[in-house]
Design a protein around this ligand. Structure first.
Ligand code: 13P
Ligand code: SF4
Length: 354
């Protein structure tokens, strides 16, 4: 089974490599942007983009009253917005989350082929068997999963809320079954001391950040701060000045005193970091180099499949609509809604630029 998952992963990466959005010059980009702006109005649609997507898409979302955010805020924003169509720029689980939370809305994506290694590495049949084998555990899954996996869970979390939620469950004496990201899971386990049973999944992008590489870079920039997403390996997390979701890292870039940062997450985030902290310098953390499995190190190959061209086609033609089986959607809605309620009740600040 492990082999089957690796094969599926390898072919998906290849596909992403072949289909990455083409580069365009700025004049062409402006033309695309103005056509998309008109269509968004015409279709009563709003753009919801992740920080890892092309800066052209992030700026378009900002210019049109949409949002650029982490996965928690993307879910919250889409759920609260009055638009009848959500155009989600990110990876498939983000589109599915939007659809599950808003079954009455139309959800479009520039491509439906943008997946996530965590999602691929957690097939529902095996996951369900794992849950069945541990019925006394509370099932907590990361948002980077399929609708079926969410439907099998008690709680969905994103990296922005996972630590608080697990802490809360541990205080109630709950034993936790965690899936799929083992690095994030281990980070939370170490921080909270919770009793956690772990699925063996990882993000192909963050797993490539290595302790030695980051330390070597720190020697070159001894005054730099280190910002790390918790999907990275434990020894990289250990040397970080700030660990957190994409939103939390952007906030840290602004609030920490350092003027230079080594950043261990997708470089798409630099657009927002630079906007929030214009006088500071951001450097990509090194990855494993030639041994790396990521298509484009420090850049998610699936996020990179989103571009202006395929976004325009999707809105123009109503193509790439995200559909979720209504029965699965109803079940998956419960843990997702619990996540949003938990965030609200704990007054977690989920927006980066507020
Ligand atoms: P955030 O929720 O922190 O934006 O993370 C999403 C993700 O896919 C990170 O790789
Ligand atoms: Fe998935 Fe990693 Fe890409 Fe995030 S960066 S969407 S976890 S593959």
């Amino acid at each position: 089974m492990e082999n089957e998952v690796s094969l599926r992963l390898a072919s998906q990466i290849k596909l992403a490599q072949l289909k990455q959005a083409k580069q365009m010059d700025l004049d062409e980009a402006e033309l695309y942007k103005s056509r998309i702006k008109k269509l968004l109005e015409q279709e009563n649609a709003v753009l919801v983009a992740h920080y890892y997507t092309d800066p052209l898409l992030q700026s378009l979302a900002e210019e049109t009253g949409g949002c650029v955010a982490d996965s928690l805020e993307m879910a919250r924003f889409g759920h609260q917005h009055s638009a009848s169509t959500l155009v989600v720029a990110g990876v498939r689980f983000m589109g599915e989350t939007a659809k599950i939370l808003n079954p009455e809305k139309r959800v479009l994506m520039p491509t439906v082929e943008a997946t996530c290694s965590l999602d691929i590495g957690c097939p529902i049949e095996e996951f369900s068997a794992f849950c069945d084998a541990h019925p006394d555990h509370e099932v907590v899954v990361y948002a980077n999963t399929s609708a079926d996996v969410k439907a099998r869970s008690d709680w969905v979390v994103t990296s922005g809320i996972a630590l608080d939620l697990v802490d809360h469950l541990a205080a109630e004496g709950k034993k936790i079954l965690w899936a799929p990201d083992k690095h994030l899971g281990n980070y939370i386990k170490n921080k909270t001391g919770a009793d956690m049973l772990m699925w063996d999944g990882a993000c192909i992008v963050h797993e490539e950040f290595k302790f030695k590489g980051v330390l070597d870079m720190k020697k070159l920039y001894p005054d730099a701060g280190i910002l790390v997403h918790p999907e990275s390996p434990a020894n990289v997390i250990e040397i970080a000045d700030a660990v957190g979701s994409t939103t939390q890292l952007i906030k840290a870039a602004k609030s920490l005193p350092q003027s230079t940062f080594i950043v261990a997450t997708d470089r798409g985030i630099f657009y927002k970091m630079q906007q929030m902290a214009p006088s500071k310098t951001f450097i990509e953390a090194p990855t494993a180099g030639r041994g790396a499995t990521c298509v484009s190190c420090a850049h998610c190959p699936w996020m990179a499949m989103n571009g202006l061209e395929n976004m325009l086609t999707s809105i123009e033609q109503g193509s790439n609509e995200i559909l979720v089986d209504p029965e699965v959607g109803k079940r998956a809605m419960i843990p997702l809604q619990r996540m949003l309620d938990f965030a609200k009740n704990n007054q977690l600040r989920v927006a980066s630029n507020g």
